[in-house]
Design a protein. Structure first.
Length: 587
């Protein structure tokens, strides 16, 4: 599954052009025909050329196909390399750019006067400069663009150039053409002062499939423990850790966690989490503020996995620039660069993330780079989970070129991510209407899911009905699912109800962390990159429970009836299904 084979629709920007000298004439390296949908140029604002900016130049790596094969081998049950994860030094030795690549780019930067403002790390170079000097270096013009939904202004360019002889040496340079604004994956947040109004009409001792009937109406940690069958498992301290990602100034609150645990897990009321700031991120404690996303994530990972250490990674991505933000949506690279620099002892074995973008708003070169780095985490033995999104087959279902198309979510479409969709109810558990899923336009379908997805495409009416609106050969998502509706969460000191696949990802990640804990305590390796295991051993052994009812909805009416139905086997709303820990831990 070579990344170069995953480029599907848009023209490749990374073209090798002979052995020309690096300082031969400049040629366009990457270009957009216009600002992405939802962004418009602000003509009455000018860019202050003295505004600081950090250009990240990522260099072309060597041996990418060999690395990807090694990752798949070590992640595939039954292979002789299964579980033989790598150290970062081993990964770097495989992927490190050729010396001539680094030398050529460095020579170009030094010739442009940047000798004293460069920093190096394996396959990337950071140039600390100003927008004015960046314009000269890249022969471009930065402009101010405004997001019509958020009103936020950013500094971007629609195209940039580098010397022709360097086109085969550079993967991408950002921030340049990257407009997408990372957003928390949550649907409507229902705030209820007294959640008891949603209690089931059943008596408290009534059970539905072994789960309290009240779980039909709202979700607590006990609901998940019973539904996914880990209530009786008692994890013990080991080398296992669980990571939770936070972006966009979302800070998990100790006070809210304490109140949540006191109410729902009384025997764990004094448990807390560690917070690690990245890229100038903070671990701010303001319990009266609305940090819904962060509190949801950490409350449900901690409550399920205690005493497994939980680490909240608070990554900043908005430098202090008044009204203009050169680095919006850079947190993924900042976070990944930090994580890949951790020692094996510091690295968490499971990571959950509840953020994403419409895939077409992210430059393809950037998406490929981020996905490749997530693959490196998998090779380190880390299971990386992302929520699939909250817009069904898409929000307004308009593609980059203005055509009616289903809109996939990135990074959920990265083939090295385990994408988590949403469910609702316990008897039966069914697909929740907002759960995003579909098919990537950037990444081809990986071999590990071919059989499951082919079966869906050949047997389901939806696949035929909407065939003109999606890329049938693309990476399919989500991979699996978990509850995503009406989670009790303490925010600002009060219990409220929250819905979205923001809840599904930490819920599934907690189950995987428990499986990793059991394995590590038995002297085994952590699971690492999950998908080859999920599509073979886990599903064949009934460790994943198939969800066969429910339908997603989306497209805001622009495509009549748009949505995916849950069905037997894999489907683009619940993936393979939901976890049964009692089976998974024994695989």
């Amino acid at each position: 599954m070579h990344i170069s084979k995953l480029l599907l629709i848009f023209p490749a920007f990374l073209i090798g052009l002979s052995d020309a000298h690096p300082l031969t004439p400049y040629r366009t390296f990457e270009a957009l025909p216009s600002a992405p949908r939802g962004w418009e140029e602000v003509s009455d604002k000018t860019v202050d050329l003295a505004t600081p900016i950090k250009l990240r130049i990522h260099l072309v790596q060597q041996n990418v196909p060999q690395f990807e094969k090694a990752l798949l081998d070590m992640s595939t049950p039954g292979h002789s390399s299964y579980g033989n994860h790598m150290s970062q030094d081993q990964i770097d030795d495989i992927l490190r750019p050729h010396e001539s690549t680094t030398a050529a780019v460095k020579s170009w930067l030094e010739s442009q006067g940047f000798s004293d403002s460069l920093s190096f790390k394996n396959d990337w170079i950071v140039v600390s400069t100003t927008i004015g000097k960046a314009e000269s270096l890249l022969q471009t013009k930065y402009k101010v663009f405004r997001n019509s939904e958020t009103g936020k202004n950013v500094v971007r360019t629609l195209s940039y150039s580098v010397p022709q002889g360097l086109h085969s040496s550079v993967d991408l340079i950002q921030p340049t053409t990257l407009f997408g604004s990372t957003s928390a994956m949550k649907s409507t947040i229902l705030k209820v002062e007294d959640p008891s109004v949603l209690k089931s009409s059943f008596a408290s001792k009534v059970k539905l499939g072994g789960v309290d009937a009240a779980c039909q109406s709202s979700i607590t940690p006990e609901c998940l423990a019973n539904l996914y069958k880990y209530k009786d498992y008692k994890p013990v301290l080991s080398k296992n850790k669980l990571g939770v990602n936070g972006f966009l100034e979302q800070y998990a609150q100790n006070d809210d966690l304490s109140k949540f645990l006191k109410k729902y897990i009384p025997n764990a009321k004094n448990v807390t989490f560690a917070c690690t700031p990245i890229n100038g991120g903070k671990c701010t404690q303001h319990p009266s503020e609305d940090f819904t996303e962060a509190n949801l994530d950490i409350q449900y990972t901690v409550s399920a996995s205690n005493p497994i250490p939980n680490i909240y990674y608070s990554t900043a991505g908005r430098p202090p620039v008044i009204d203009l933000d050169p680095n919006t949506n850079e947190p993924y690279l900042e976070w990944l660069e930090y994580m890949l620099n951790l020692s094996d002892e510091e690295m968490p074995q499971t990571i959950t993330t509840s953020y994403g973008d419409n895939e077409h708003t992210v430059p393809q070169s950037y998406a490929i780079k981020v996905c490749n780095m997530i693959g490196q985490l998998g090779a380190r033995g880390v299971s990386v989970l992302f929520s699939s999104g909250d817009s069904g087959p898409g929000d307004d279902c308009t593609s980059k070129d203005g055509k009616k198309r289903f809109v996939p979510t990135f990074p959920a479409t990265c083939p090295f991510v385990t994408s988590v969709g949403g469910t609702v109810g316990v008897e039966p558990e069914k697909a929740v209407s907002f759960s995003s899923g579909g098919f990537s336009n950037y990444f081809a379908r990986p071999d590990y899911q071919s059989s499951a997805v082919d079966s869906y495409l050949s047997s389901q009416a939806d696949a035929t009905t909407y065939k003109n609106y999606y890329n049938a050969s693309g990476r399919a998502f989500p991979d699996i699912s978990a509850q995503g509706s009406r989670f009790h969460v303490f925010v600002g000191g009060y219990d409220q109800l929250v819905s979205g696949t923001s809840a599904s990802s930490p819920a599934f990640a907690a189950v995987i962390s428990l499986v990793n804990n059991d394995r590590i305590c038995k002297g085994k390796k952590p699971l690492g990159f999950l998908n080859p295991w999920l599509y073979t051993t886990a599903i064949q052994s009934k460790g994943i429970v198939d969800i066969t009812s429910g339908t997603s909805r989306g497209c805001s009416g622009s495509i009549p009836g748009a949505g995916w139905k849950a069905t037997t086997g894999w489907d683009p709303v619940t993936g393979l299904g939901t976890p049964d820990f009692s089976v998974l831990k024994d695989l």
